[in-house]
Ligand binder design. Structure first.
Ligand code: CMC
Length: 377
Protein backbone atom coordinates (compact mmCIF):
# COMPACT_ATOMS: atom_id res chain seq x y z
CA UNK A 1 0.00 0.00 0.00
CA UNK A 2 1.38 3.44 -0.90
CA UNK A 3 1.68 6.08 1.83
CA UNK A 4 -0.68 9.05 1.48
CA UNK A 5 1.19 12.28 0.74
CA UNK A 6 0.87 14.91 3.48
CA UNK A 7 0.43 18.46 2.27
CA UNK A 8 1.57 21.66 3.92
CA UNK A 9 0.58 25.06 2.60
CA UNK A 10 3.71 26.75 1.23
CA UNK A 11 5.68 23.65 2.32
CA UNK A 12 5.88 25.36 5.71
CA UNK A 13 7.90 23.34 8.21
CA UNK A 14 8.78 20.65 5.65
CA UNK A 15 12.39 19.49 5.57
CA UNK A 16 12.87 19.15 1.83
CA UNK A 17 16.57 18.34 1.59
CA UNK A 18 19.86 18.12 3.51
CA UNK A 19 22.46 20.84 3.19
CA UNK A 20 25.79 21.71 4.80
CA UNK A 21 25.82 25.31 3.62
CA UNK A 22 23.59 27.31 5.90
CA UNK A 23 22.01 26.83 9.29
CA UNK A 24 19.06 28.96 10.32
CA UNK A 25 18.61 28.82 14.09
CA UNK A 26 15.28 30.55 14.39
CA UNK A 27 14.90 29.84 18.14
CA UNK A 28 18.08 31.71 18.99
CA UNK A 29 17.78 34.20 16.11
CA UNK A 30 21.09 33.11 14.64
CA UNK A 31 22.27 32.40 11.12
CA UNK A 32 25.42 30.52 10.13
CA UNK A 33 27.21 30.00 6.81
CA UNK A 34 29.17 26.73 7.02
CA UNK A 35 29.19 27.07 10.80
CA UNK A 36 30.31 30.71 10.92
CA UNK A 37 27.96 33.16 12.59
CA UNK A 38 26.60 35.87 10.29
CA UNK A 39 27.55 38.36 13.01
CA UNK A 40 31.23 37.36 12.85
CA UNK A 41 31.22 37.29 9.06
CA UNK A 42 29.58 40.70 8.74
CA UNK A 43 31.88 42.17 11.37
CA UNK A 44 35.18 40.77 10.12
CA UNK A 45 34.99 39.45 6.56
CA UNK A 46 34.69 40.92 3.09
CA UNK A 47 32.05 39.80 0.60
CA UNK A 48 34.79 38.11 -1.46
CA UNK A 49 35.81 36.02 1.57
CA UNK A 50 32.20 35.00 2.13
CA UNK A 51 31.75 34.13 -1.54
CA UNK A 52 34.85 31.91 -1.28
CA UNK A 53 33.44 30.32 1.86
CA UNK A 54 30.16 29.51 0.13
CA UNK A 55 31.89 28.05 -2.90
CA UNK A 56 34.55 26.06 -1.03
CA UNK A 57 33.03 25.34 2.38
CA UNK A 58 35.91 26.98 4.26
CA UNK A 59 37.32 30.46 4.74
CA UNK A 60 40.35 31.27 2.56
CA UNK A 61 43.81 32.09 3.86
CA UNK A 62 45.40 35.31 2.54
CA UNK A 63 46.95 33.66 -0.50
CA UNK A 64 43.78 31.85 -1.54
CA UNK A 65 41.74 35.00 -1.04
CA UNK A 66 44.07 37.03 -3.24
CA UNK A 67 43.91 34.42 -5.97
CA UNK A 68 40.10 34.24 -5.71
CA UNK A 69 39.81 38.04 -5.89
CA UNK A 70 42.02 38.04 -8.97
CA UNK A 71 39.81 35.47 -10.66
CA UNK A 72 36.74 37.61 -9.94
CA UNK A 73 38.51 40.76 -11.17
CA UNK A 74 39.51 39.06 -14.42
CA UNK A 75 35.91 38.07 -15.14
CA UNK A 76 34.22 41.43 -14.55
CA UNK A 77 33.86 42.37 -18.21
CA UNK A 78 31.00 41.07 -20.31
CA UNK A 79 31.48 40.11 -23.97
CA UNK A 80 30.51 42.70 -26.62
CA UNK A 81 27.86 40.34 -28.01
CA UNK A 82 26.18 40.18 -24.61
CA UNK A 83 26.31 43.99 -24.39
CA UNK A 84 24.51 44.20 -27.75
CA UNK A 85 21.73 41.94 -26.48
CA UNK A 86 21.26 44.14 -23.41
CA UNK A 87 21.27 47.29 -25.59
CA UNK A 88 18.52 45.96 -27.82
CA UNK A 89 16.08 45.20 -24.98
CA UNK A 90 13.10 47.57 -24.69
CA UNK A 91 14.02 50.48 -22.39
CA UNK A 92 11.34 49.64 -19.85
CA UNK A 93 12.42 46.00 -19.41
CA UNK A 94 12.39 45.12 -15.71
CA UNK A 95 16.03 44.78 -14.55
CA UNK A 96 15.21 41.34 -13.13
CA UNK A 97 14.05 40.26 -16.59
CA UNK A 98 17.24 41.76 -18.03
CA UNK A 99 19.18 39.55 -15.65
CA UNK A 100 17.32 36.40 -16.72
CA UNK A 101 18.01 37.20 -20.37
CA UNK A 102 21.63 38.19 -19.73
CA UNK A 103 22.39 35.03 -17.74
CA UNK A 104 20.88 32.93 -20.55
CA UNK A 105 22.95 34.85 -23.05
CA UNK A 106 26.15 34.52 -21.01
CA UNK A 107 25.55 30.79 -20.94
CA UNK A 108 25.78 30.62 -24.73
CA UNK A 109 29.20 32.31 -24.53
CA UNK A 110 30.53 30.44 -21.52
CA UNK A 111 33.57 28.32 -22.51
CA UNK A 112 32.40 25.63 -20.07
CA UNK A 113 28.78 25.68 -21.25
CA UNK A 114 28.71 22.02 -22.24
CA UNK A 115 30.51 20.77 -19.11
CA UNK A 116 28.98 19.85 -15.79
CA UNK A 117 32.04 18.79 -13.78
CA UNK A 118 32.68 20.41 -10.40
CA UNK A 119 35.73 22.24 -11.81
CA UNK A 120 33.72 23.61 -14.74
CA UNK A 121 30.89 24.63 -12.44
CA UNK A 122 33.32 26.42 -10.15
CA UNK A 123 34.56 28.44 -13.15
CA UNK A 124 31.00 29.15 -14.27
CA UNK A 125 30.12 30.24 -10.73
CA UNK A 126 33.01 32.72 -10.60
CA UNK A 127 32.04 34.16 -13.99
CA UNK A 128 28.43 34.59 -12.92
CA UNK A 129 29.36 36.25 -9.62
CA UNK A 130 31.80 38.59 -11.38
CA UNK A 131 29.64 39.53 -14.37
CA UNK A 132 26.19 40.05 -12.84
CA UNK A 133 27.09 43.47 -11.32
CA UNK A 134 28.39 44.59 -14.73
CA UNK A 135 25.15 43.48 -16.43
CA UNK A 136 23.08 45.48 -13.95
CA UNK A 137 25.02 48.74 -14.14
CA UNK A 138 25.51 48.50 -17.91
CA UNK A 139 21.79 48.11 -18.51
CA UNK A 140 21.07 50.95 -16.10
CA UNK A 141 23.37 53.32 -18.01
CA UNK A 142 22.03 52.21 -21.41
CA UNK A 143 18.44 53.04 -20.51
CA UNK A 144 19.43 56.39 -19.07
CA UNK A 145 21.56 57.32 -22.06
CA UNK A 146 24.66 57.55 -19.87
CA UNK A 147 28.18 56.61 -20.80
CA UNK A 148 28.71 53.07 -19.51
CA UNK A 149 31.32 52.83 -16.76
CA UNK A 150 33.60 49.87 -17.39
CA UNK A 151 34.55 47.64 -14.44
CA UNK A 152 37.45 48.92 -12.35
CA UNK A 153 40.62 46.85 -12.52
CA UNK A 154 41.46 47.02 -8.81
CA UNK A 155 38.54 48.01 -6.62
CA UNK A 156 36.91 45.52 -4.27
CA UNK A 157 33.70 43.82 -5.35
CA UNK A 158 31.42 46.23 -3.45
CA UNK A 159 33.39 49.38 -4.32
CA UNK A 160 33.45 48.38 -7.97
CA UNK A 161 29.67 48.03 -8.04
CA UNK A 162 29.17 51.54 -6.63
CA UNK A 163 31.86 52.85 -8.96
CA UNK A 164 30.23 51.30 -12.04
CA UNK A 165 26.87 52.67 -10.93
CA UNK A 166 27.77 56.21 -9.86
CA UNK A 167 30.93 56.79 -11.89
CA UNK A 168 32.98 57.72 -8.84
CA UNK A 169 34.99 55.74 -6.33
CA UNK A 170 32.90 55.45 -3.13
CA UNK A 171 34.32 56.38 0.25
CA UNK A 172 35.31 53.56 2.59
CA UNK A 173 32.16 53.68 4.69
CA UNK A 174 29.82 53.56 1.67
CA UNK A 175 31.75 50.65 0.32
CA UNK A 176 31.62 48.92 3.71
CA UNK A 177 27.84 49.31 3.94
CA UNK A 178 27.30 47.68 0.55
CA UNK A 179 29.91 45.01 1.27
CA UNK A 180 28.23 44.03 4.54
CA UNK A 181 24.77 44.05 3.03
CA UNK A 182 26.03 41.68 0.34
CA UNK A 183 27.35 39.37 3.07
CA UNK A 184 23.94 39.41 4.78
CA UNK A 185 22.07 38.67 1.56
CA UNK A 186 24.47 35.98 0.30
CA UNK A 187 22.80 32.83 1.57
CA UNK A 188 19.68 31.76 3.38
CA UNK A 189 19.07 28.03 3.25
CA UNK A 190 16.00 26.87 1.33
CA UNK A 191 14.36 30.19 0.51
CA UNK A 192 12.10 30.15 -2.57
CA UNK A 193 14.78 31.14 -5.10
CA UNK A 194 17.38 28.68 -3.79
CA UNK A 195 14.80 25.91 -3.78
CA UNK A 196 13.90 26.80 -7.37
CA UNK A 197 17.59 26.60 -8.31
CA UNK A 198 17.96 23.20 -6.61
CA UNK A 199 14.87 21.84 -8.35
CA UNK A 200 16.30 22.77 -11.74
CA UNK A 201 19.75 21.41 -10.82
CA UNK A 202 18.16 18.15 -9.66
CA UNK A 203 17.04 17.45 -13.23
CA UNK A 204 20.78 17.69 -14.11
CA UNK A 205 20.11 20.82 -16.10
CA UNK A 206 23.00 23.31 -16.17
CA UNK A 207 24.04 25.96 -13.63
CA UNK A 208 22.94 28.97 -15.72
CA UNK A 209 19.44 27.52 -16.17
CA UNK A 210 19.16 26.93 -12.43
CA UNK A 211 20.27 30.52 -11.75
CA UNK A 212 17.67 31.86 -14.20
CA UNK A 213 14.95 29.97 -12.29
CA UNK A 214 16.26 31.44 -9.05
CA UNK A 215 16.19 34.99 -10.44
CA UNK A 216 12.60 34.43 -11.58
CA UNK A 217 11.62 33.33 -8.07
CA UNK A 218 13.47 36.19 -6.41
CA UNK A 219 11.64 38.77 -8.52
CA UNK A 220 8.39 38.36 -6.57
CA UNK A 221 7.45 40.94 -3.90
CA UNK A 222 7.10 38.27 -1.21
CA UNK A 223 10.78 37.41 -1.69
CA UNK A 224 13.43 39.72 -3.18
CA UNK A 225 11.02 42.36 -4.43
CA UNK A 226 10.20 43.44 -0.87
CA UNK A 227 13.17 45.83 -0.46
CA UNK A 228 12.02 48.01 -3.37
CA UNK A 229 8.43 48.13 -2.10
CA UNK A 230 9.67 48.98 1.40
CA UNK A 231 11.54 52.07 0.14
CA UNK A 232 8.60 53.16 -2.00
CA UNK A 233 6.48 53.05 1.16
CA UNK A 234 9.04 55.02 3.21
CA UNK A 235 9.15 57.70 0.49
CA UNK A 236 5.34 57.85 0.40
CA UNK A 237 5.24 58.37 4.16
CA UNK A 238 7.59 61.30 3.54
CA UNK A 239 7.92 62.63 7.11
CA UNK A 240 8.41 60.95 10.49
CA UNK A 241 5.31 62.74 11.90
CA UNK A 242 3.14 60.93 9.33
CA UNK A 243 4.62 57.47 9.84
CA UNK A 244 2.54 56.11 12.71
CA UNK A 245 -0.82 57.08 11.25
CA UNK A 246 0.20 55.89 7.80
CA UNK A 247 1.08 52.40 9.01
CA UNK A 248 -1.97 52.11 11.25
CA UNK A 249 -4.21 53.03 8.30
CA UNK A 250 -2.43 50.56 6.04
CA UNK A 251 -2.91 47.81 8.61
CA UNK A 252 -6.58 48.71 9.01
CA UNK A 253 -6.91 48.24 5.26
CA UNK A 254 -5.24 44.83 5.70
CA UNK A 255 -2.23 45.86 3.63
CA UNK A 256 1.02 43.96 3.86
CA UNK A 257 3.93 46.12 4.98
CA UNK A 258 6.93 45.10 2.96
CA UNK A 259 10.11 44.32 4.87
CA UNK A 260 8.25 42.77 7.80
CA UNK A 261 7.57 39.20 8.79
CA UNK A 262 9.37 36.06 7.82
CA UNK A 263 8.40 32.48 7.16
CA UNK A 264 11.12 31.15 9.45
CA UNK A 265 12.10 33.91 11.89
CA UNK A 266 9.15 34.60 14.11
CA UNK A 267 11.17 36.41 16.79
CA UNK A 268 13.87 38.42 15.03
CA UNK A 269 15.75 38.25 11.77
CA UNK A 270 19.42 38.16 12.96
CA UNK A 271 20.46 40.14 9.89
CA UNK A 272 18.13 43.01 10.68
CA UNK A 273 20.04 44.66 13.61
CA UNK A 274 23.23 44.55 11.52
CA UNK A 275 21.74 46.33 8.52
CA UNK A 276 19.83 48.69 10.83
CA UNK A 277 23.08 49.84 12.43
CA UNK A 278 24.61 50.43 8.99
CA UNK A 279 21.57 52.37 7.79
CA UNK A 280 21.74 54.51 10.94
CA UNK A 281 25.48 55.11 10.49
CA UNK A 282 24.96 56.18 6.89
CA UNK A 283 22.07 58.51 7.86
CA UNK A 284 24.24 60.23 10.45
CA UNK A 285 27.18 60.62 8.10
CA UNK A 286 24.96 61.99 5.37
CA UNK A 287 23.11 64.29 7.76
CA UNK A 288 19.85 62.83 6.44
CA UNK A 289 18.01 61.04 9.23
CA UNK A 290 14.52 61.30 7.76
CA UNK A 291 14.32 57.85 6.15
CA UNK A 292 15.87 56.11 9.12
CA UNK A 293 13.56 57.94 11.55
CA UNK A 294 10.47 57.00 9.50
CA UNK A 295 11.71 53.41 9.39
CA UNK A 296 12.09 53.23 13.15
CA UNK A 297 8.51 54.44 13.70
CA UNK A 298 7.17 51.94 11.15
CA UNK A 299 9.11 49.20 12.92
CA UNK A 300 7.72 50.16 16.33
CA UNK A 301 4.11 50.16 15.09
CA UNK A 302 4.59 46.81 13.35
CA UNK A 303 6.06 45.33 16.55
CA UNK A 304 3.29 46.55 18.81
CA UNK A 305 0.32 46.16 16.45
CA UNK A 306 1.21 42.92 14.65
CA UNK A 307 4.07 41.42 16.66
CA UNK A 308 6.03 41.41 13.39
CA UNK A 309 9.73 42.20 13.12
CA UNK A 310 11.72 43.88 10.38
CA UNK A 311 13.45 41.46 8.05
CA UNK A 312 16.69 42.15 6.16
CA UNK A 313 14.81 43.92 3.37
CA UNK A 314 13.49 46.70 5.57
CA UNK A 315 16.60 48.58 6.67
CA UNK A 316 18.56 47.62 3.58
CA UNK A 317 16.12 49.75 1.61
CA UNK A 318 17.00 53.01 3.44
CA UNK A 319 20.69 52.04 3.42
CA UNK A 320 20.61 51.58 -0.37
CA UNK A 321 18.68 54.82 -0.79
CA UNK A 322 21.39 56.69 1.10
CA UNK A 323 24.01 55.04 -1.11
CA UNK A 324 22.24 56.71 -4.08
CA UNK A 325 21.25 53.35 -5.50
CA UNK A 326 18.14 53.65 -7.70
CA UNK A 327 15.20 51.76 -6.18
CA UNK A 328 14.68 49.56 -9.23
CA UNK A 329 18.13 48.08 -8.62
CA UNK A 330 17.52 46.91 -5.03
CA UNK A 331 16.26 43.47 -6.05
CA UNK A 332 18.95 43.03 -8.73
CA UNK A 333 21.52 43.77 -5.98
CA UNK A 334 19.97 40.92 -4.03
CA UNK A 335 20.91 38.78 -7.07
CA UNK A 336 24.49 40.17 -7.03
CA UNK A 337 24.85 38.71 -3.57
CA UNK A 338 22.52 35.67 -3.48
CA UNK A 339 23.99 34.18 -6.65
CA UNK A 340 26.84 33.01 -4.41
CA UNK A 341 24.40 31.01 -2.29
CA UNK A 342 22.58 29.71 -5.37
CA UNK A 343 25.71 28.38 -7.04
CA UNK A 344 26.82 26.77 -3.78
CA UNK A 345 23.46 24.98 -3.52
CA UNK A 346 23.49 24.01 -7.20
CA UNK A 347 26.92 22.38 -6.80
CA UNK A 348 25.84 20.70 -3.56
CA UNK A 349 22.77 19.35 -5.35
CA UNK A 350 24.89 17.91 -8.18
CA UNK A 351 27.23 16.22 -5.71
CA UNK A 352 24.54 14.03 -4.20
CA UNK A 353 21.72 14.35 -6.66
CA UNK A 354 18.27 12.91 -6.50
CA UNK A 355 15.53 14.33 -8.74
CA UNK A 356 13.28 16.63 -6.67
CA UNK A 357 9.79 15.44 -7.40
CA UNK A 358 7.35 15.88 -4.52
CA UNK A 359 3.68 14.90 -4.56
CA UNK A 360 0.48 16.97 -4.51
CA UNK A 361 -2.57 16.16 -2.45
CA UNK A 362 -5.33 15.80 -5.00
CA UNK A 363 -8.33 18.07 -4.33
CA UNK A 364 -9.98 17.99 -7.79
CA UNK A 365 -13.23 16.36 -8.97
CA UNK A 366 -14.02 12.71 -8.23
CA UNK A 367 -13.52 10.19 -11.05
CA UNK A 368 -16.06 10.82 -13.79
CA UNK A 369 -17.20 9.46 -17.08
CA UNK A 370 -15.69 10.88 -20.28
CA UNK A 371 -18.35 12.44 -22.56
CA UNK A 372 -17.48 12.74 -26.28
CA UNK A 373 -17.39 16.35 -27.59
CA UNK A 374 -20.58 15.99 -29.68
CA UNK A 375 -22.58 14.77 -26.64
CA UNK A 376 -21.56 17.57 -24.27
CA UNK A 377 -24.31 20.07 -23.39
N1 CMC B 1 2.52 43.06 6.85
C1 CMC B 1 1.33 42.87 7.42
N2 CMC B 1 0.89 41.67 7.86
C2 CMC B 1 1.71 40.63 7.70
C3 CMC B 1 2.98 40.74 7.13
C4 CMC B 1 3.38 42.02 6.71
N3 CMC B 1 4.56 42.20 6.15
N4 CMC B 1 3.58 39.54 7.11
C5 CMC B 1 2.73 38.68 7.65
N5 CMC B 1 1.60 39.34 8.01
C6 CMC B 1 0.44 38.77 8.67
C7 CMC B 1 -0.49 38.13 7.64
O1 CMC B 1 -1.43 39.04 7.16
C8 CMC B 1 -1.10 37.05 8.48
O2 CMC B 1 -2.07 37.65 9.33
P1 CMC B 1 -3.48 36.93 9.59
O3 CMC B 1 -3.11 35.61 10.23
O4 CMC B 1 -4.16 37.90 10.45
O5 CMC B 1 -4.08 36.77 8.23
C9 CMC B 1 0.03 36.58 9.37
O6 CMC B 1 0.89 37.70 9.49
C10 CMC B 1 0.79 35.40 8.79
O7 CMC B 1 1.17 35.70 7.46
P2 CMC B 1 1.62 34.63 6.38
O8 CMC B 1 1.69 35.29 5.05
O9 CMC B 1 0.80 33.40 6.51
O10 CMC B 1 3.04 34.27 6.92
P3 CMC B 1 4.20 33.69 6.07
O11 CMC B 1 5.03 32.89 6.96
O12 CMC B 1 3.73 33.03 4.83
O13 CMC B 1 4.89 35.09 5.66
C11 CMC B 1 6.15 36.48 4.36
C12 CMC B 1 6.15 35.29 5.28
C13 CMC B 1 7.59 36.96 4.23
C14 CMC B 1 5.62 36.07 2.96
C15 CMC B 1 5.27 37.62 4.93
O14 CMC B 1 5.68 37.97 6.22
C16 CMC B 1 5.22 38.83 4.02
O15 CMC B 1 4.44 38.88 3.07
N6 CMC B 1 6.09 39.86 4.30
C17 CMC B 1 6.20 41.00 3.44
C18 CMC B 1 7.13 40.69 2.28
C19 CMC B 1 8.56 40.64 2.71
O16 CMC B 1 9.03 41.47 3.46
N7 CMC B 1 9.30 39.68 2.15
C20 CMC B 1 10.73 39.53 2.41
C21 CMC B 1 11.00 38.31 3.20
S1 CMC B 1 12.65 38.24 3.87
C22 CMC B 1 13.71 38.33 2.53
C23 CMC B 1 13.59 37.14 1.63
O17 CMC B 1 13.85 36.01 2.06
O18 CMC B 1 13.29 37.31 0.46
Amino acid sequence: MSTKPQSSSGLEGIIATRSAICEVDEDNCELYYYGYSIKDLAENSSFEEVAYLLLHGKLPNKKRLESFKKKLLNERNIPEKALDVIKRLPRDTDPMDVLKIAVGDLQTMDPDASLNSNEANMRKAIRLIAKIPTVITTHYHFIHGNIVVKPHKELSFASNFLYMLNGKIPDDYESEVLDKSLILYAEHELNASTFAARIVASTLSDMHSAVIAAIAALKGPLHGGANERAMEMILKIERPERAEEWVRNALLRKRRIMGFGHRVYKKEDPRSPIIKKLSKGLSERRGERRWFDISQIVEKVMNTEKGLHANLDFYSSSAYYLLDIPILLYTPIFVVSRVTGWVAHIMEQYKDNRLIRPRAEYIGPAKREYIPLEDRS
